[in-house]
Design a protein around this ligand. Structure first.
Ligand SMILES: NC(=O)c1ccc[n+]([C@@H]2O[C@H](COP(=O)([O-])OP(=O)(O)OC[C@H]3O[C@@H](n4cnc5c(N)ncnc54)[C@H](O)[C@@H]3O)[C@@H](O)[C@H]2O)c1
Ligand SMILES: O=C(O)C(=O)C[C@]1(C(=O)O)C=C[C@@H](O)C=C1
Length: 331
């Protein structure tokens, strides 16, 4: 039981899987007094009204943003810059602006230039999700015991560095340097209230780490399911028919939202390509081990990878149940 809401009013922009999960979790944990929703899709807003997960889903921009203390962009990464530009005139002095984008460097570049003086921008990324999208896919416990990374920036330094850039409004480069620590602390408390564990890092470090832990695994899943799809044309229905195997687990990841993942790869190009070239080198080494019958090498590698899985389970980041807890009858 929590005594006091942390913010008076939260406004979420983009009410899909993540935005609607934040709305549900914020309600469940009394993290805010009121929640407003904005979304470019009238169909999504209508569904949010039916689901009754926010207080205001009228779509009225001034009403949603004018008195919001915390505004979180929950739209695809590629849309966040334009949204920031459009909402900037409506943000109240003292508000915290954040986001949940899966890439941080490009979000900072796209959003920071539009942040008005007096608004504190704290980028964030909850490391929690599923392969489903839309307001019906969200649930209140999505963030429980999952990490949320905050990647605060020195807004004043950002503006000094970019003061000659075309896309920085002149008024922004006159912002008085000020510590944004309060906003970081307040946002960290918000995510903790929703059940997440919070860590602070830089946008660059975030993008490198997530390239290997999230973006590359998705790329591999998209690729292997794509290759199987090409084979399907040769083997008729066997890929689907016999997919109660390792392949099936790739298909879950490969079913993830196409818009979201297009934006992730186009916006974290450098780090993903770097990880991909390391992956290709390791794959070539693995190929060689098979070619030269290096059983010891294969065994050593698989022993190390098995230990990594155990570590993830031990840290409570996944279930220890065999086959991800899918029901299996014991004979
Ligand atoms: N899905 C995941 O596993 C996951 C996990 C963590 C973070 N994220 C990040 O969260 C963000 C949202 O992902 P999601 O899975 O909730 O997507 P989603 O497709 O479920 O929802 C996105 C919502 O944003 C709306 N939208 C799109 N463009 C908009 C615009 N210009 N203005 C207002 N609304 C707009 C869409 O109509 C939709 O309702 C993305 O940036 C993604 O990278 C996703
Ligand atoms: O579990 C899944 O379906 C996810 O893909 C979630 C996942 C991830 O890679 O862990 C996907 C992208 C996000 O930015 C964060 C979380």
């Amino acid at each position: 039981m929590h005594e006091e809401p942390l913010f008076d009013k939260l406004t979420l922009i983009g009410l899909g899987l993540i935005g609607s999960s934040i709305a549900r979790a914020a309600r469940t944990h009394c993290a805010v007094r009121k929640i407003a929703a904005l979304d470019s899709s009238p169909r999504v807003l209508a569904r949010v009204r039916e689901l009754e997960i926010v207080d205001d889903a009228s779509g009225d921009v001034e009403q949603a943003l004018g008195d919001a203390d915390l505004v979180i962009l929950c739209a695809p990464v590629g849309a966040c810059g334009a949204i920031a530009r459009d909402i900037a005139p409506h943000l109240k002095h003292g508000a915290i602006l954040s986001d949940v984008g899966s890439v941080k460097g490009s979000i900072v570049k796209a959003v920071a230039p539009h942040v008005p003086p007096g608004v504190r921008f704290v980028p964030a990324h909850p490391l929690a999700g599923t392969e489903y999208s839309g307001p019906d896919a969200g649930f209140a416990t999505l963030f429980k015991n999952r990490w949320c990374l905050l990647t605060p920036i020195d807004q004043a330094a950002f503006e000094r560095d970019h003061s000659n850039a075309d896309n920085v409004a002149p008024s922004l480069s006159q912002r008085a340097p000020h510590a944004e620590n309060d906003a970081v602390d307040a946002l960290a408390e918000f995510w903790k209230r929703l059940g997440a564990k919070v860590e602070v890092t830089t946008p660059e470090h975030h993008d490198l780490a997530l390239a290997i832990t999230s973006h590359l695994p998705h790329l591999i899943a998209f690729n292997i399911v794509g290759t199987a799809d090409h084979l399907e044309k040769v083997t008729e229905s066997e890929v689907i028919k016999f997919s109660a195997s390792g392949f099936r687990d790739f298909t879950r990841i490969a079913a993830s939202d196409p818009t979201m993942w297009r934006d992730v790869f186009l916006n974290n190009k450098g780090a993903v390509l770097e990880m991909l070239s390391r992956f290709n080198a390791d794959l070539a080494a693995l190929q060689r081990m098979i070619e030269v019958d290096d059983g010891e090498g294969l065994f050593d590698l698989f022993t190390r990878t098995r230990a990594i899985r155990r570590g993830i389970v031990e840290q409570g980041q996944d279930t220890a149940a065999p086959d991800f807890g899918r029901p299996h009858e014991k004979a």
